[in-house]
Design a protein around this ligand. Sequence first.
Ligand SMILES: NC(=O)c1ccc[n+]([C@@H]2O[C@H](COP(=O)([O-])OP(=O)(O)OC[C@H]3O[C@@H](n4cnc5c(N)ncnc54)[C@H](OP(=O)(O)O)[C@@H]3O)[C@@H](O)[C@H]2O)c1
Length: 292
Amino acid sequence: MDDIRISKIGLGTWLLGGDVKANINNNDEKDLNAIKYAIKNGINHIDTSESYSGGKSEILIGQSIKCFERNKIFIATKVREWNLSYDKLILSCMKSLKRLDTNYIDLYYVHKQNKAIPIEETCKALNYLLEKGFIKNVGLSNVGIETIEKFNLLLDKQVYAVQNQYNLICRESQVKGIIEYCRKNNIKFICWRPILLSYPGVSDPMYKKGTYPVLDEMAKKYHVSNVQVVAKWLLQQDNVYIIFKSNNIKHIQEILETQNFNLSRKDWQILNYNFPIQFDRGCASNEFYEVS
Ligand SMILES: NC(=O)c1ccc[n+]([C@@H]2O[C@H](COP(=O)([O-])OP(=O)(O)OC[C@H]3O[C@@H](n4cnc5c(N)ncnc54)[C@H](OP(=O)(O)O)[C@@H]3O)[C@@H](O)[C@H]2O)c1
């Protein structure tokens, strides 16, 4: 079970079922079909959190995976920073298991750090869950190297994955050497928000045609869309995995089609070095996140 090969392309589920709360008018059928479509087409890695749509995202995943063999699917969920004390963390995990309707979670992330709770206490709870088989692996999200090392000293099983924001614009993990560190230490690097920022009513046009000429030119050259170039730039990096959100089957198809082309080494580097990186987009890793 631990050896399941996770697909480089994973499905994120933020905004499935609602946003911070469940949406009673949500089109559940559309969300369920999207998850099933993704799995049928080779995406075995599904990402969620206890907080997405107030837990509804986990419920939708639980319902979608019923028609597949459980051991062929890799479910990642997260415990929020306000639930990192020993008792709360274990309770959170039990609730996620119930919503996901499964008896184990493949990858259990600490969503963000919380200065008020000692890492020792959090790791004690994670070690308990590992020992009992409720979780198969531990991940960390929104972290830097120092935090990864602290967790690794205290966990009974090495950190399996780090999930930070990383895309053509937001390069903090690249600049700080986190991606390289993960590669050298056999920790999977999972990018959240690989494509664009989207929130109800707010859609960021950063990858739409006409915004970045270098991207438009690349898309034209390879006869693909801007989004496909953006995803491919990430996917061609060793040990880099993406989780993109979509409940639109055409969009899922489009991301899967990135498997049909490769950027040349030179073009990959043109994007790497000539893309206007923005450091003020709120993509800082939340290593020093304070929880009130
Ligand atoms: N660890 C963390 O703190 C953290 C934070 C944020 C997100 N995440 C995880 O990362 C996942 C991805 O991040 P994200 O949801 O913020 O952003 P994202 O996946 O980069 O972008 C999602 C947006 O892209 C659109 N999209 C997807 N495929 C497309 C395509 N082929 N063409 C055009 N638009 C397309 C989606 O719309 P449609 O649905 O209409 O396709 C949605 O509006 C989340 O779902 C979540 O699981 C983790």
